[in-house]
Design a protein around this ligand. Structure first.
Ligand SMILES: Cc1ncc(COP(=O)(O)O)c(C=O)c1O
Length: 344
């Protein structure tokens, strides 16, 4: 039995994975597998050259009993953009959404009930499976969709945390892969995350890797700041175009706020009233403070930007969080049509 009150964010093994193969110019009819495993050629591109990308979206059991996927069309489009960067074929929007819906339907017993803040996290994955040594794309891929019931990413809903700017680590090269959801971008964050967590920071805030003068994004999510009545978020070609951030920008406008998407100089952090991370997994991670360290492994802190007392959350972050989670749960009217209902 899953305890919905204490559910965290993990690779919980559910039942069915839905998959389709692209070979000889066409996608196969989606298949279902209940073995929860893949068999691939050891020379598959995915293993050696990280030819892999993914998406993440959530399905919610709403107040009236309906089941909604949140903005799956946006995830389909982003996967296509990422796949194009890797030279891979990608499922069209219709196939992408159909397979996500099928994955939810097939794993209904794992869909968290309404009222606990939990959801079914849907993870579409696209892998290059052609066995080859040459560094050229090959149109043979597997697209699979799996899911896991999830609660809070950091073990607590809406509680402020600390982040660190690791001066000696970059996330993505200028004009590189930063704005694409490829597995390799995340590989580079594993070690710095481990060090940061050991020091009590939950998040890593990366600066732009060229000049390191501007805020880019967190290892797991986009950055946003609140300055008076303005929602501000970085304009950068090396951050992932977050669907949550896009949604929060709309929500902020609906709440009568101004939205600015522009380069954010590091020094500007000292002028923000609130700051946080946003993404499907975390929803909003409000930050108490962000420390800047020249070398993550060493204790020296160059400067610290403070937003709110430890554990507390600013009023605007709270309002944004309540609005987006309220729409997802069906408690608030979905005036933008972001929820796509699944026929069960
Ligand atoms: C690096 C990174 N930035 C931003 C996001 C947020 O994107 P989204 O809101 O589409 O989940 C994610 C994923 O959650 C991410 O991994």
């Amino acid at each position: 039995m899953i305890d919905w009150k204490t559910l965290g964010f993990d690779a919980y093994r559910t039942r069915t994975v839905v998959l389709s193969r692209f070979k000889d110019g066409a996608w196969s009819a989606p298949e279902k597998t209940e073995t929860f495993s893949f068999t691939l050629d050891p020379f598959s591109q995915v293993f050696h050259y990280a030819i892999s990308c993914f998406e993440g979206l959530k399905a919610f059991r709403q107040k009236d009993g309906r089941v909604a996927l949140f903005r799956p069309d946006q995830n389909a489009k982003r996967l296509q953009r990422t796949a194009d960067f890797l030279g891979m074929p990608a499922p069209d929007e219709d196939l992408f959404i159909r397979m996500c819906e099928e994955c939810v339907r097939e794993n209904m017993e794992f869909l968290p009930p309404y009222g606990y803040g939990c959801s079914l996290y849907v993870r579409p994955l696209l892998m290059g499976v052609h066995p080859q040594m040459q560094l050229v794309p090959h149109p043979e891929v597997v697209f699979s969709v799996m899911c896991a019931p999830v609660g809070s990413y950091y073990g607590d809903y809406l509680k402020s945390s600390a982040a660190v700017i690791p001066g000696n680590y970059d996330r993505a090269a200028p004009k590189g892969s930063g704005s694409y959801k490829i597995g390799a971008n995340y590989a580079a964050t594993f070690k710095p995350y481990k060090i940061a967590h050991e020091q009590g920071y939950v998040e890593l805030l990366y600066l732009n890797s060229g000049s390191r003068r501007f805020v880019d994004e967190f290892g797991s999510s986009n950055f946003f700041g609140i300055k008076g009545n303005t929602y501000v978020t970085p304009l950068s070609d090396s951050v992932l175009p977050s669907i949550t951030n896009l949604t929060l920008q709309e929500v902020a406008k609906d709440l009568g706020m101004k939205v600015e998407k522009r380069p954010i100089p590091l020094e500007e952090l000292s002028t923000l009233d609130e700051a946080g991370g946003c993404g499907t997994a975390v929803v909003i991670t409000p930050l108490s403070h962000i420390d800047q360290k020249p070398v993550l492994e060493e204790p020296a802190v160059e400067r610290s930007f403070r937003f709110c007392p430890d554990g507390e959350v600013g009023p605007v972050s709270t309002k944004l969080y309540k609005r987006i989670t309220g729409i997802q749960a069906g408690d608030l009217e979905d005036t933008h049509g972001w929820c796509r209902f699944i026929e069960i």
